[in-house]
Design a protein around this ligand. Sequence first.
Ligand code: AMP
Ligand code: ZN
Length: 152
Amino acid sequence: MSRAVDPSRMSDDCIFCSIVAGDIPARTVHETDEVIAFLDANPLARGHTLVIPKAHAKHIGDLNETASGALFAAVTELTPRIQSAVDADGANVGINDGEAAGQEVPHAHVHIIPRFEGDGGAPIHAVGGKRPNLSDDELDEVATAVTAAIDG
Ligand code: AMP
Ligand code: ZN
């Protein structure tokens, strides 16, 4: 069922905005004013759920404080409940941020992927490419650059 959404919070041609607007059906499992969670249509595991901010933003870093607070509060609340619903032994929680990281839908979303003993999957470390071999000096340089980017 379609519902009115503030146009300034939506992007045309965004499939997840269409889910928020009720124009595309989804198996919604949780909804608040700020976020909605629904089952992934092509699940990696039973219970694979996506949690999204209702307001359109492509990157996780584009979210304002209200949206990011609501998003991560929902992820925190939902992760153990989803695990319990499908009797999982654990979960991977992750974000593909940007095309280089595998983001296909340009509306920020968090994957909650229940995991089961012996399911043949891998830890989140498996998403990385070839590991860099960084010296102590290079690690120090990276830490300095990141600190400067965060603290200005
Ligand atoms: P990502 O690569 O992180 O952008 O993942 C996008 C995810 O959205 C994939 O796991 C898709 O299976 C899922 N997805 C795409 N369209 C829909 C939809 N209409 N309803 C539910 N999940 C979807
Ligand atoms: Zn969107």
